[in-house]
Design a protein around this ligand. Structure first.
Ligand code: PLP
Ligand code: COI
Length: 354
C-alpha cells in the first residue's frame, strides 16, 4: 500500500509528560483512507491533524456505524519504540467490522499504516515509565444518504494521543459501582465488539456512578442481571479464596487483549485461572465472608487497575483494605515490564518498530 505523506507546517511543542492525562493531547498528523464499494480502500494518506468535513447525512451521525480500537506505542529504557500485540487489535477490528457491516481492512495494510504513522510521530512517544502513545484506529460509515442499510462508503483513520494514566488515581485502587438497572449488552447484540454505540449507551450509568464518587460501573448480564460481565472500559478479575476468576466470554463481553494476556501471565506464574460464570451473589458473599482477596480491571488504557471499593445495592464494600493486592501487583509489574521493555518478553508479544 502506498501512503502519501503531507507534513505539517506547524509542528507543536511537546506537553510536559507529567501533565499528559489520558486522551487529551494529539500528535501533529493523522492517517486516513477511504472505502467505496466496488473500488475498495484507496487514498491512504497521512495529513496534518485537523477537523474533518463530512456530509450532514453521513451514516455515522445518524445510525452510529462506528468501530474503534485502542493500542499503545511504548518507549523502552534504551529509547526504542514498540507495540504490544498489534495483530490482536487488527483482527478484533475486522471482527467488529464484520458485526457492524463495515468493510474489512487487509491486515498487512493496517499494520503498515500503524507502523508508518508511529514512525512519523516518533517524537510524541513519551519517555517516562507508565506513559505511552495511545493509538486510536477507528472506522465509520460515510454514505451521504438517510436510508438504513449496509454502508457503501467508509473512512478509516488513526489518531494518536501521548498519554499518562487512564484513571486520575494512577495505580491506586479505584472505586467501582455494580450497576443493576441499565445493561450494557446482550448475547447477539454488539457487546463483544468495539463499537461506539456501546459506550454511548453506558454513559447514563457511568454518570450516576460518578455523581456518588465512583470511577466506573461494573455491568451485570443483560438477561438475568445476575452474572458479572465487565467494567466500562476494562475486563475484570477477582481472587476468591485462592482461585482467580474472570467472567467467561459469553458473547456480550469484549474479549480484551489485556485479559487474554493476563490469563497467560497468571497461568505461567502457576496460578489457577477460571473463566466461568460468576454471579453477583457469589461475589457479595465472598466480600461479606472476607474471601474476596483481590479485584482488578484489565485494559489497554487502564493496564492492570486495582479495585479498592465495590458498591452494590446501596452498600459499599472494601476490597483488601483498599490496597493493591499481591497478585495484582505482580501482574502489573510483569505486564507493564514486558510492554515497556523492562522484563523479557518470553511470550513473543512485542512488536518492535526500530
Ligand atoms: N472492555 C471494554 C468495554 C473496553 O472498552 C476495553 C478496552 O479496550 C476492555 C474491556 C479491555 O480490552 P483490551 O484489553 O483489549 O484493551
Ligand atoms: C482501551 O483500553 O483502549 C479502550 O478502548 C478504553 C476506552 C474506552 C477508553
Amino acid at each position: 500500500m502506498e501512503i502519501k505523506i503531507t507534513k505539517t507546517q506547524n509542528p507543536q511543542q511537546l506537553t510536559e509528560e507529567s501533565k499528559l492525562g489520558f486522551g487529551k493531547h494529539f500528535t501533529d498528523h493523522m492517517f486516513l483512507m477511504d472505502y467505496e464499494a466496488g473500488k475498495g480502500w484507496h487514498n491512504a494518506r497521512i495529513v496534518p491533524f485537523g477537523y474533518l468535513s463530512i456530509h450532514p447525512a453521513s451514516t455515522v451521525l445518524h445510525y452510529g456505524s462506528e468501530i474503534f480500537e485502542g493500542l499503545k506505542a511504548y518507549r523502552t529504557e534504551k529509547g526504542n519504540i514498540q507495540m504490544f500485540r498489534p495483530m490482536e487489535n487488527i483482527k478484533r477490528m475486522n471482527n467488529s467490522a464484520e458485526r457492524m457491516c463495515l468493510p474489512q481492512i487487509d491486515e498487512n495494510d493496517f499494520l503498515q499504516a500503524l507502523c508508518e504513522f508511529v514512525k512519523l510521530e516518533e517524537r510524541f512517544v513519551p519517555y517516562s515509565f507508565g506513559t505511552s502513545l495511545y493509538l486510536r484506529p477507528f472506522m465509520f460509515g460515510n454514505d451521504e444518504s438517510l436510508g438504513v442499510h449496509t454502508v457503501k462508503n467508509a473512512t478509516f483513520m488513526i489518531i494518536a494521543s501521548p498519554s499518562g494514566s487512564y484513571y486520575a488515581e494512577g495505580i491506586n485502587p479505584v472505586k467501582i459501582m455494580i450497576e443493576d438497572e441499565d445493561v450494557r449488552a446482550v448475547k447477539g447484540g454488539t457487546g463483544a465488539v468495539k463499537c461506539g454505540g456501546n459506550y454511548a449507551a453506558s454513559n447514563r450509568a457511568g454518570e450516576k456512578a460518578s455523581k456518588v464518587g465512583y470511577s466506573q460501573v461494573l455491568w451485570l448480564d443483560g438477561v438475568h442481571r445476575k452474572y458479572i460481565e465487565e467494567v466500562g472500559a476494562m475486563n475484570v478479575m477477582f481472587k476468591i479464596n485462592g482461585e482467580i476468576v474472570t467472567p467467561m466470554l459469553t458473547g456480550s463481553i469484549l474479549p480484551g487483549i489485556t485479559r487474554k494476556s493476563c490469563i497467560e501471565v497468571l497461568k505461567n506464574m502457576g496460578y489457577k485461572v477460571s473463566e466461568r460464570l460468576l454471579s453477583v451473589d457469589e461475589l457479595i458473599e465472598a466480600l461479606e465472608n472476607g474471601k474476596l482477596e483481590e479485584a482488578w480491571g484489565t485494559g489497554t488504557a487502564a493496564v492492570v487497575s486495582p479495585i479498592g471499593k465495590l458498591s452494590y445495592a446501596g452498600k459499599e464494600y472494601v476490597v483488601n483494605n483498599g490496597k493493591i493486592g499481591e497478585v495484582t501487583q505482580k501482574l502489573y509489574d510483569t505486564l507493564t515490564g514486558i510492554q515497556w521493555g523492562k522484563v523479557e518478553d518470553t511470550f513473543g508479544w512485542i512488536y518492535k518498530l526500530n
